[in-house]
Structure formats: C-alpha cells, structure tokens
Ligand binder design. Structure first.
Ligand SMILES: [Zn+2]
Length: 171
C-alpha cells in the first residue's frame, strides 16, 4: 500500500473509532473500553471465537468488527459491532460478510451455524447496533479518503521538491 493510501485508511479508522464512542454514548452506553470491556465481550461469547468457537483464554485474539471498519462498510468501533475472533479467523475473514464467513467456517454443520449466528444476532440487537446510518457515513468516509490522499500527496511532493533543491546544492 502506498503511503497516501495508508494514511487515509488510518484516518478513516481513527474517525470510525471516535464515531464508535459517540454512537455508544448516543445509545446510552458507556463507550467500549479496549481494556476493561474485553472481559464483558469474552463472557458473552463464552470465552470463544464467535466464528469457529475456539477457546480464547490463554491465547492471543483480536477484536474483529462484524461490519468492517473501512470507507465502504463503515463499521464502527462500538458495542454491537466488536466481536472476539481468533487470529486465524480474523486473518481468513478479511472484508468478507460475516454471515458468509460463518457459513464457510462451520461447513456442513448447520446446527452449529445456526447457534453461532443466533448468538451474534442477539449480541447485535441487544446493543441496538443499527445499520441505517452507514450509507450517509460512507459518503463522509469516502470524502475523507480522497481529502487525506490529496493532502498527503501534496505534502510529499512539496518535500520532494525541497529535497531535490538540496540534492542540487550538495551533489
Ligand atoms: Zn476462530
């Protein structure tokens, strides 16, 4: 990934983190705390990866987002969207729709699929995570991406020009 693109995806993630806190507050919740609330999250999901069911105690795991945190999906870092995932599942899933991914992971075992899907659906509705704002938000995040890319590209070009002047002077 080139650096302007990297900078804009970082800016988008920063925005979605901040918006996640705001969205939590708007829903009357205490903003999700990456330190304390992972235990609440783990407890709800029975200390397991929400996709494959692997026990996560005593191993490293990731906070995954059901709706991915990127400019197009616009998932927020907030209650109802953050789920515990083992490293393998998080690596494999990428931007894939979580229901499709869950289907893949559980294979032919539809009973396991249904159980886990209900568990996740209940989590989402319990925190009232609503998707209705994402289209409008996607306009904002797409704008942010373009603006950050433009600014970073311009800054890099400016500095390149200054460096070229230095080169001319000393080399
Ligand atoms: Zn897993």
């Amino acid at each position: 990934m080139s650096s302007p693109a990297q900078a804009s995806s970082q800016a988008i993630r920063a925005l979605l983190r901040k918006l996640g806190k705001l969205y939590d507050i708007k829903r009357g919740l205490k903003p999700f705390s990456d330190n304390k609330d992972i235990y609440v999250l783990l407890r709800y999901f029975d200390d397991s990866c929400c996709y494959c069911g692997k026990n996560l105690l005593n191993c490293e795991w990731d906070k995954d987002h059901l709706i991915p945190m990127n400019k197009d999906s616009v998932g927020l870092h907030s209650w109802g969207n953050i789920v515990p995932s083992c490293k393998e599942c998080n690596g494999k899933r990428q931007k894939k729709d979580w229901v499709l991914f869950l289907k893949e992971i559980t294979g032919m075992k539809s009973e396991v699929f249904n159980q886990r899907k209900i568990k996740i659906d209940t989590y989402v509705s319990q925190y009232n995570y609503s998707l209705s704002v994402t289209l409008e938000l996607a306009i904002l995040t797409n704008q942010l991406q373009i603006e950050v890319s433009e600014i970073v590209s311009k800054l890099i070009n400016d500095k390149m020009q200054e460096a070229i002047d230095l080169f001319d002077k000393y080399l």
